[in-house]
Design a protein around this ligand. Structure first.
Ligand code: CU
Length: 642
């Protein structure tokens, strides 16, 4: 009896602890256009709640984030992708227009509700059109849960969100990319640190910040205050539209400890490369001469730099933050010193204790990345298909078996043997498609990303590839064309787990992941204009296990059905929405009309079509309303415990 009692008490204590430990964090956001001067020149930016960049989300592993996102853009839809968050069980919250959901219409609100299960440095950004380049982004930082211990210690934190900035608006940029003749967006005018830069002016020049025409606080130099002889965790994430970056902190060495939300085997560097879509943490020790301040410098890699480095100040207290560092900013390595970049990238390995990859793959796909033409328009293609997104999101169309919603043919998993990756394509013509790679649930998939020469001779570019819904192991890199012999050289011992990885010019990168997350997931180059030009693919896995997709995620579904299909879909919608006990999907279902879906109220439907009185649903609705009324708190307060 006593033992039982003790067990009961222990269980209760554990349950209570779990419920105290994880929180629901609510945010109410409105996306809107802003007049803003990120680099001291005024432009239109897309921001959140009147801010650029958007607010930083800070949570603990295990928390549930709920963002009520209102679209205040008058003329366009919007979505937000939570980069690096795997969205287990909530594939509709991944925030990819045409893939996981319909874009949110102007004046409408969509609730993103998802769990953050892993500590790390993440971010969020628009994933519709080129809204990311227009400024729709911010940081998302997940701290370790209370009972988790991180494998390193530090006294304080610095957060660097890096981006690039164009003076031409994204609508003009997109139009140029789509035009014939093609108009490239060119190099960015400025690099930004936490949304701030100084166009055409260096803080390091004589006169410092006074010499730059700093018209508003929006472009004021970023200053990070530190105390001498402490250890700081510097979080770094790149959300650039185009630029690959290099970061250095004057006189300070950096110890790399985290990449994309996974711990890595620590190593020390003087400077580091960061590609768009990547995030890192480094540890620095403030052990330099405390009477000086130091530069944090961010420059361009991989493209002939036409953009000034971005500078911020590491301010050793109690020095004045206005005191200029006594030494010049660190110099960015030569833009095309790829040996330097490879040396850094190849050193990134997983920390001991990281889960290892399965030793064998079930399926191997080789993705040739090429620059091509369609009727004179320039595109990027994967195995000669340039991605175009359909009007109906894949998650909805695959889940409900809608016919004709996307290209049904299986896309190619390899490319011709005779293709010479070192030369421009012999036949540059390509096709467009919305084909899907259907993956068997829980299968192990290898992807070899193969780079090639672009349309012009002697040009091959850097492409950072980002996978949604999963982390992958990076098994290896190589120069030239991948061959079967390279498989024997794969690193299965300590490959890094990441969500973004680079392919170097004329090279290949091999990665492995387990298709264990039911949903539809984008895999694409994170360079915004390249994605716009078709550089991506779509994976789907286990969609039959996805239940309760919120109707709001499918608001743009418009297709004609035969009567059989309509009946089948209605039955399924009833089954799912009729038996819901959570408030996630509300109390609505769909009814199929001649031209598409129409939302129906289940309370009414239960009364009308099934002869019931709808009492059960009414009671559940009352409980939900009561719960919402008594427990909703918005961030800034304590948040709810769940
Ligand atoms: Cu690219």
């Amino acid at each position: 009896m006593a033992t039982k009692m003790l067990l009961f008490t222990l269980c209760c204590a554990m349950c209570l602890r779990a419920s105290w430990a994880s929180k629901a964090r609510h945010f109410r956001w409105e996306v809107g256009y802003l007049l803003w001067s990120p680099d001291c020149e005024e432009n239109v930016a897309i921001g959140i709640n009147g801010q650029f960049p958007g607010p930083t989300i800070r949570a603990k592993a295990g928390d549930t984030i709920a963002v009520e996102l209102k679209n205040g853009l008058h003329t366009e839809g919007v979505v937000i992708h939570w980069h690096g968050i795997r969205q287990f069980g909530t594939p509709w919250a991944d925030g990819t227009a045409s893939i996981s959901q319909c874009a949110i219409n102007p004046e409408e609100t969509f609730v993103y509700r998802f769990k953050v299960d892993k500590p790390g440095t993440y971010f969020y950004h628009g994933h519709y059109g080129m809204q990311r380049s227009a400024g729709l982004y911010g940081s998302l930082i997940v701290d370790a849960a209370d009972d988790e211990i991180e494998p390193f210690a530090y006294d304080g934190e610095i957060n660097l969100l890096l981006s690039d900035w164009y003076h031409q608006n994204v609508y003009a940029q997109m139009t140029g990319l789509d035009s014939k003749p093609f108009r490239w967006i060119g190099e960015p005018q400025s690099l930004l640190i936490n949304g701030r830069g100084q166009f055409n002016c260096s803080l390091a020049a004589v006169g410092g910040a006074n010499a730059c025409n700093i018209s508003t606080g929006q472009c004021a130099p970023v200053v990070f205050r530190v105390l001498p002889n402490k250890t700081y965790r510097v979080r770094i994430a790149s959300i650039t539209s185009l630029a690959s970056l290099n970061l250095a902190i004057g006189n300070h060495k950096m110890m790399l400890v985290e990449a994309d939300g996974n711990y890595v085997k620590p190593f020390t560097v003087k400077d580091m490369d960061i590609y768009s879509g990547e995030s890192y943490s480094v540890l620095i020790t403030t052990d330099q001469n405390p009477s000086s301040n130091y530069w944090i410098s961010v420059g361009v890699r991989g493209r002939l730099p036409k953009t000034n480095p971005a500078l911020a100040i590491l301010n050793y207290g109690p020095n004045s933050p206005r005191k200029l560092p006594s030494s010049a900013p660190p110099i960015t390595p030569t833009w095309n010193d790829y040996a330097h970049s490879k040396n850094f990238t190849y050193k990134i390995l997983s920390r001991q204790g990281t889960v290892k990859p399965p030793t064998k793959y079930d399926r191997q796909m080789i993705f040739l990345n090429t620059q091509n033409k369609i009727d004179g328009h320039i595109k990027w293609s994967i195995n000669n298909i340039s991605l175009v997104l359909p009007p109906t999101p894949f998650l909805g169309s695959i889940s409900y078996g809608l016919k004709g919603a996307f290209n049904a043919q299986k896309p190619p998993e390899n490319f011709p043997r005779f293709y010479d990756v070192m030369k421009p394509p012999q036949n540059p013509n390509t096709t467009q498609g919305s084909n899907v790679y259907q993956l068997k649930l829980n299968s192990t998939v290898d992807v070899i990303l193969q780079n090639a020469n672009a349309l012009a001779g002697n040009v091959s570019e850097i492409h950072p590839w980002h996978l949604h819904g999963h982390d992958f192991w990076v098994l290896g890199y190589g120069d030239g064309r991948f061959t079967k012999k390279d498989i024997a050289k794969f690193n299965l011992k300590n490959p890094p787990l990441r969500n973004t990885v680079v392919i170097f010019p004329y090279g290949w990168t091999a990665l492995r992941f387990v298709a264990d997350n039911p949903g539809v997931w984008a895999f694409h180059c994170h360079i915004e204009p390249h994605l716009h030009m078709g550089m991506g693919v779509v994976f789907s896995e286990g969609v039959e296990h996805v239940r309760n997709i919120p109707t709001e995620a499918l608001g743009c579904v418009r297709l004609n059905f035969g009567p059989d299909q309509a009946q089948r879909i209605t039955k399924r919608a009833r089954r799912e929405f009729g038996s819901l006990s959570s408030d996630d999907a509300g109390f609505r279902a769909w009814q199929i009309t001649g031209s598409g879906f129409e939302e129906v109220d289940l309370e009414e439907a239960a009364m009308r079509s099934e002869g019931g009185n709808g009492d059960g649903i009414r009671r559940r609705r009352q409980r939900r309303d009561l719960k919402a009324a008594t427990t909703t708190r918005f961030e800034g307060g304590d948040g709810d415990k769940i």
